[in-house]
Design a protein around this ligand. Structure first.
Ligand code: FAD
Length: 285
């Protein structure tokens, strides 16, 4: 349970962090809140030569307005994200989902960007970022680039970030008028990981749903968007019957895992049930 030896560096700016990653090369590893990486190091599932600790880079912390979006610094802790006034006002789905992440101790150390960069499909924030249409801001030797959420999650624990890039912020479009949201998580005990969860965003016009965005947690090797449900909900009534019919498509195109918490067909059933609950809760809030 003791990590292999490594060099440790703690940059204090984005420029220093980028330089440190470039110097470390492919054997370098970025440390955020350490809630996932430290156990991995202790189990010797990874043995990087250099750890670049970006948790004290001030420019990567906090939440600010950015025109029609809010910008969440990647090193903002879960605790700070869920209590931030801008997040609560413009992206309440993030605040609600973050409240279900782990326990207070983990939420005080773990970070929004660390969780997204880790890309665990059972993590709660990937499906939320997909549904909200977030953009990931990455800085590397070639400067800054923005990666749409739809292109960020490539596979299990794998993202579009290059080894020489650091995730510095996440740009979250502000929700416009008429939109409401709900995160519905199913886990065995409070504070546990999702067996399945659903992030729902619903826009209502003239009493019916004009547009919906659905993100699925733990229904494949990456977080997923359910385009089948989204299409079925467009123009649907906000009725139990119409939403149930749309939610029947929730497992379409998914590849849910089978593990000790449940087989894939059980997860498919959960996806349908939770989608209905999430959409009805969002539409009635
Ligand atoms: C007991 C426990 C329960 C948990 N339960 C849940 C849960 O219910 N739901 C949930 O969503 N999560 C859960 N988590 C995970 C939690 O959200 C972690 O905070 C998260 O997975 C990792 O965030 P971190 O900041 O600690 O990142 P770290 O552990 O420091 O890093 C994780 C990975 O991301 C990379 N990384 C970190 N920051 C950056 C960056 N800025 N740029 C590029 N790469 C970066 C690291 O190199 C590493 O590969 C749980 C964790 C624990 C320990």
């Amino acid at each position: 349970m003791i990590p292999a030896e490594f060099e440790y560096t703690r940059p204090s700016s984005i420029a220093e962090a980028v330089a440190a990653i470039a110097e470390a090369g492919e054997d370098g590893k970025i440390l955020g809140g350490g809630q996932s990486l430290i156990p991995i190091l202790r189990l010797r599932l990874a043995y990087p030569s250099t750890i670049i600790d970006v948790s004290r880079v001030d420019d990567m912390r906090g939440v600010r307005e950015d025109g029609d979006a809010i910008l969440i610094g990647s090193m903002t802790t879960h605790h700070d994200v869920m209590h931030d006034a801008l997040v609560v006002e413009h992206a309440p789905l993030i605040a609600q989902a973050t409240e279900t992440v782990a326990d207070p101790q983990v939420r005080h150390r773990g970070t929004f960007g660390g969780a997204l960069a880790h890309a665990d499909p059972a993590g709660d924030l990937g499906a939320v970022a997909l549904a909200l249409g977030c953009e990931f801001v990455a800085n590397g030797a070639n400067g800054e680039r923005r990666i749409p959420a739809s292109e960020f999650f490539l596979d299990y624990l794998t993202t579009a970030l290059s080894p020489d890039e650091v995730l510095t912020a996440i740009r979250v479009p502000k929700l416009g008028a008429g939109w409401s949201s709900h995160y519905e998580k199913f886990n065995r005990v409070a504070q546990a990981w999702s067996i399945v969860a659903v992030a729902a965003l619903v826009k209502r016009e003239n009493g019916s749903i004009s547009e919906a965005r659905i993100g699925l947690t733990n229904m494949g090797s990456t977080p997923l968007r359910s385009s089948a449900v989204e299409q079925a909900l467009a123009g649907a009534d906000v009725s139990d019957e119409a939403v149930s019919a749309a939610a029947e498509h929730a497992a379409d195109g998914t590849n849910a895992p089978s593990d000790l918490s449940g087989k894939s067909d059980y997860r498919e059933h959960l996806a349908r049930v939770l989608t209905k609950r999430a959409v009805l809760s969002a539409a009635s809030s």
